[in-house]
Structure formats: structure tokens, C-alpha cells
Design a protein around this ligand. Sequence first.
Ligand code: HEM
Length: 129
Amino acid sequence: MGGREIIDDVVEHFYQLVQNNEELRSLFPSDLSEGKEKQKLFIEQWLGGESRYSDLYGHPRLRRRHFPFMITERLAGLWLRHMIESFRYCGIEEPELAEVIAIFGPMAKHMVNVDDDVPREPLENTWLD
Ligand code: HEM
């Protein structure tokens, strides 16, 4: 997919888009820097790169980690569109783009939790024993 530099650029661009979208921005904390760095590590790991995210933060448990944020279908759709747009912006084209959509699409949908009765407090880092 082009390696770490591309992923870093994708995430930088994604956060730029988040910053410019009021609906999405309101979900994120005022300081975006930590989340942005975690996102870079995670996506690199997820797409087959080094496991730096899990080494630092433990098992991703992504759905659980998103419980503090009330994620609607609409927000998940916005998130996904901006993420795909960021990959495209960074030069990722078919067929890799289709792969990205195939992975991120169902995952973004899976993050919808607004109607679920789930704990809303943040999850601490979770290393597996
Ligand atoms: C493919 C789907 C998704 C993936 C792979 C993903 C990945 C991540 C990762 C790795 C983090 C950092 C977690 C941590 O260690 O603290 C994160 C945080 C976050 N995600 Fe997602 N996410 C996805 C979908 C969504 C959706 C649909 C939304 C909302 C529309 C969302 C909103 C957030 C917010 C608000 C944070 C917190 C950022 C921060 O603490 O600065 N995510 N996400």
C-alpha cells in the first residue's frame, strides 16, 4: 500500500477533514494529537505493518474503545467517506482502494453504538496477559 509514510499522510489528511467537519469534530476531543498518532500506528498494523499499536496500547478492542462516543449510522458514514477520500487524496487507487473500502466499510458500520446499552467510560490500555 506504500508503507508507513503513506499511512501517516492519509491520517494527517483524515484529521484535517475531521477538523473541517463540525458534526464529526464535535465527537472528537479538543486535543486531536494523541488520537491521531494512535490512528497512524493502528492503521499501519491493521494493514499488515509492524505491531507498534498493540505493543504500546495492548489489544485494540476497537468497538469497546469507541463506546464513549455516541456513533450514529450517519457519523459512521461520514467517517468512512472521509477516510476513503484521504486514501484517494494520498494516491491510493484501484484495486487497493477497493480493498480499503472492503475492510473499513463493515468496520465503520460495526462501530455504530448510539442505540446500544453499553458502558460509556473510556477503556484504559489493555494488554493481553
Ligand atoms: C473502520 C472503522 C474505525 C477504525 C479502524 C477506527 C480506529 C480508531 C483508533 C485506532 C482509535 C484510537 C483508539 C485508542 O487507542 O484510543 C480511534 C479513536 C477514535 N475514533 Fe475511531 N475508528 C473507526 C471508526 C470510527 C467511527 C465510525 C467514528 C465516529 C464517527 C470514530 C471516532 C473515533 C473517535 C472520536 C476517537 C477518539 C479519538 C481521540 O481520542 O483523540 N471512529 N479510532
